[in-house]
Design a protein around this ligand. Structure first.
Ligand code: PAF
Length: 284
């Protein structure tokens, strides 16, 4: 069945109230649209964890820097609705920017520590925008569960932190990155890539896998692990934005991956003018 489309905050409040009256639990999947298999996996998991699934489709202007791709971010609302329908989504919230940021709007959410470094450093203001819109959505929908992809790993830690610190009460679920058959992490921004840039973009996942293999062979020094990933980026002619190994929970930088430690390698690089990110676990 086609999802119910909600456009205003008032419509969301009325819809959520009727759901609560029926005693139904809600799973929320916040997105910026141009949906792919990764988003669909979040929706399907939402359906396993709650009675009803809602998705939001909103290209949130506050999380884009002045020189970023807000104006050309890919959109396909009709296609997105069809994907939501086949993934069992009951309602789609697709507001205009003025519905979320009306005149007089003045509240922004800043998550301090886990927003530092990585994308937080390379994209100033990005996580403030993400934290602000996600807080609004969690406050509005009051979902039992909210699902996000691990592809945006630092974003996931930011959202877990704000949900905990602001007592929003959702169960924040991170789901594994969905990849193309050749290893490329699915992303709406892959639509920007030419065939050649897409081929070169495989170096992100290849680089992390090279680091995983090096760790498995006994090299625990993170500088050597970073170098292994970097070599793949360089061989493919990608411009590195960052390659780092961090603690998987706190995101604090690591010099070595200790036995039993859960670490994460996080990579950002440009293929042509398109900035791509990827990450995978490094098991100590
Ligand atoms: O990951 C995204 O698509 C966005 O950053 C999110 C979480 C929907 C907030 O706008």
């Amino acid at each position: 069945m086609a999802p119910h489309v909600l456009r205003t905050v008032a419509e969301v409040k009325a819809w959520v109230a009727s759901l609560q009256k029926e005693g139904k639990t809600l799973a929320l999947v916040p997105t910026m649209g141009f949906l792919h298999e990764g988003h669909v996996s979040l929706m399907r998991e939402g359906g396993r964890r709650a009675d009803v699934v809602a998705a939001s489709i909103f290209v949130n202007p506050t999380q884009f820097g002045p020189r970023e791709d807000l104006a050309r971010y890919p959109r396909d609302f009709e296609g997105d609705l069809a994907k939501c329908a086949s993934a069992g989504v009951t309602a789609v919230f697709a507001p205009e920017p003025a519905a979320m940021y009306p005149p007089g709007y003045q509240t922004y959410v800043e998550v301090t520590e886990v927003s530092q470094g990585l994308c937080g450093e390379r994209r100033p203001g990005h996580f403030r925008g993400v934290a602000t819109i996600v807080t609004q959505l969690l406050a509005l929908f009051r979902p039992a569960v909210a699902l996000f992809g691990e592809k945006d790993y630092q974003q996931l830690q930011v959202i877990k932190t704000l949900n905990r610190d602001l007592h929003l009460g959702a169960d924040i679920v991170g789901m594994p990155t969905i990849r193309e058959a050749d290893g490329l992490a699915m992303s709406s921004r892959n639509a920007y890539l030419s065939a050649e840039e897409r081929q070169r973009a495989l170096a992100l996942s290849k680089g992390i896998r090279a680091a995983q293999a090096l760790l498995a062979s006994g090299t625990r020094d993170t500088r050597a692990l970073v170098e292994a990933a970097r070599r793949e980026l360089q061989a493919a002619g990608l411009r590195e934005d960052y390659v780092e190994v961090r603690d998987a929970g706190t995101l604090s930088p690591l010099d070595t991956v200790a036995p039993g430690q859960t670490a994460r390698m996080l990579v950002a690089a440009f293929s042509g003018t398109t900035r791509l990110i990827d990450n995978m676990p490094l098991a100590g």
